[in-house]
Design a protein around this ligand. Structure first.
Ligand SMILES: [Zn+2]
Length: 71
């Protein structure tokens, strides 16, 4: 079942839409802004969240994901 949530890119802090379970989802979607793969726990398709002009603060809550260095 598809679902979506919004959060920052863990690399460049851009506002992103995380679309889970949609066509084109992958376990390592690439950030549309910094082009770095983000490892996620559910297949996700990333889209830039253009409705959010102000980037997330550096101390904003992060999505629950594993960084590549944890593997
Ligand atoms: Zn990024």
């Amino acid at each position: 079942m598809a679902s979506a949530w919004f959060g920052p890119c863990p690399h460049c802090n851009s506002a992103l839409s995380y679309l889970e379970g949609v066509t084109g989802s992958t376990m390592k979607p690439v950030c549309p802004r910094c082009k770095v793969a983000i490892t996620v726990v559910r297949a996700t398709f990333l889209m830039a969240d253009n409705s959010r002009r102000i980037p997330y603060a550096k101390d904003a809550a992060r999505p629950v994901i594993r960084s590549d260095s944890d593997q």
